[in-house]
Design a protein around this ligand. Structure first.
Ligand SMILES: C[S@@+](CC[C@H](N)C(=O)[O-])C[C@H]1O[C@@H](n2cnc3c(N)ncnc32)[C@H](O)[C@@H]1O
Length: 202
């Protein structure tokens, strides 16, 4: 790639990133509870999440609450082909901006509590979530876990970040926590936890 072309690509990318950031800050002002964050996630946090991208398989990878697309970006940088990414974002404005930024990905504007229907029963190889579970009602968290379990392949990871650094409990009894890491280079510091579904008991 020539220096001039590289410069143009860099400028276009910077412009679309700052457009996403503006959109995100507008959403934060308009609907703070839905966004559930006081600042966008850092690249350091997104990188820790993306480390859990499964190396094999060709199933779609599901992202919930992608927001500014920082985790999306790191998943692609970790080797995920854009066509395999499906994301569900509740804010229609953010979903539109993400689709423009990642044209080959499938960005669905909708509610993560309806993923089974949104995905039409399709199975996914992992779930990466930036959803603010702290502001979900307990019955919504259980419904979300149910929906995630129904679309995750057996033993596939649900990678979630939260600002609760101490709690080690899984969000629902049908999942167990298998790994976690605190990321200090985020504002505020956050914890990435990997949950895996427990085998169904009969
Ligand atoms: C903490 S923010 C995004 C974090 C992201 N890592 C970032 O910094 O850009 C949470 C995102 O989840 C979205 N969201 C909240 N509730 C949702 C739901 N029920 N379904 C889908 N998206 C939801 C919000 O619109 C917001 O974009």
């Amino acid at each position: 790639m020539s220096g001039w072309v590289r410069h143009r690509v860099f400028k276009t990318d910077m412009a679309s990133k700052s457009m996403m950031l503006r959109q995100f800050l507008m959403e934060m002002a308009r609907n703070p509870l839905q966004v559930g964050a006081i600042w966008p996630s850092s690249q350091a946090l997104a990188r820790v999440m993306a480390q859990w991208l499964p190396e094999d398989g060709d199933h779609p990878i599901l992202e919930l609450g992608p927001g500014t697309g920082i985790v999306t970006e790191e998943l692609l940088a970790a080797g995920l082909p854009e066509e395999r990414l499906v994301a569900v974002e509740k804010s229609p404005a953010l979903a539109r901006a993400l689709q423009a930024r990642f044209p080959k990905a499938r960005i669905l504007s909708g509610d993560a509590l309806e993923i089974q229907e949104l995905l039409g029963g399709q199975k996914v190889g992992a779930v990466f979530s930036g959803l603010p579970l702290k502001v979900f009602k307990p019955n919504q968290v259980l419904r979300l876990a149910d929906q995630i379990q129904s679309c995750l392949l057996p033993q596939a990871p649900w990678v979630q970040f939260s600002y609760q650094l101490v709690s080690g409990r899984a969000p629902a009894p049908s999942f167990r926590s298998t790994a976690s890491q605190v990321v200090w280079r985020n504002f505020p510091p956050a914890k990435v936890t990997v949950y895996r579904p427990l085998p169904a008991t009969s």
